[in-house]
Design a protein around this ligand. Sequence first.
Ligand code: NAD
Length: 337
Amino acid sequence: MIKVAILGAGGLGRGMAQMLEHRKGFQLVGIADTEGYAYCDTGLNFKTLQSVAHVHLYPEAGVKTTPKQAIMQLLQAHGSQLDAIFMALPNLPVTFYKDITQQIATETNFKGVIVDALKRTQAVEMLLTINKKLAQEDILYITGAGATPGFLTTIAAVAAQSFVEVKHINIHFGVGVSNWEQYRATIREDFLHMPGFTPAMVEAMTDADIEAELDKRNGLLELVDMEHADDIILELTGLCHRDQITVGGLVDARNAKKPVATTVTIEGVTVAGQTTKHQFIVGNETTMVDNVCGPACGFMASGVQLYNLGLRGLKTSAEVMPRFSAEGIHKQVAQSL
Ligand code: NAD
């Protein structure tokens, strides 16, 4: 079994706990939020997790920690017992993932795979600067492994293979959530991409401010030309320049139904010189948990397989294909060595 810890227990953290129960070969053993953590070597379950507001209240496995020290305290106590970590934390300020990862690498004895669902280009650029440090500390970090970047980026990377030149890649997502409080960081961070908002303003907004901004827009957030790491991730694969990649979407923060279908459109030139497009449409019934946590889970499985084969440092999702099941990974690698 791949022993997993989830950092963050909001919408996506809990979504990952649910997803792991459906994918073979994974076992959730640890989870942290701002107040504390829960750890159990024989496994934590989603149903019990859903019955507690904070994870330190998880029966028998919960530990209340110093506020905001839960991640370090979980990993200092149990880091060496884990194979993989899923980061489901807010990314505000944008330096947060780089800072916390550096701390994990240097102040805990975790050696294994980290997977995130980061969105912003700047955040991925910052992580790239600690590539060497991660490798030295025996960590393989796969960034941009959620829906976008992640699921949709890798679809674009594969679809572009039938072209000799890529002209343009457009990712347009539709997201519906019945209540923004289920995904506080996700909705808050969407304001970063709205005209008239700066990161400092968004960070300072109270929940009531967010609610008021949603009221003004009837819960709908239209996002255009976002600073999204699909651009740097695809550029790094050599597909095209980041300026040829556009990302936008429509989010309904008050309705679970998607306001618009999610599409990935790849325009390119064929070997015969024809310009044409591929388009991929995501099933409307899939939710954020399906499209973020499912792929992140797949990247985690591939990450552990590659880790066992000796890969270390920082990789992007487009450099790694997600693997559906983690079953038998440790055994397979041992046999191939
Ligand atoms: P959320 O607000 O629902 O949950 C965040 C969790 O992190 C909470 O449990 C909170 O207690 C915990 N947390 C915050 N600071 C902490 C700290 N210092 N130590 C320990 N725990 C801490 O967030 P969410 O909506 O689940 O989103 C998580 C992240 O996923 C966001 O950054 C969001 O942008 C990203 N996201 C990515 C994609 C994608 O496709 N790539 C899609 C949606 C969301």
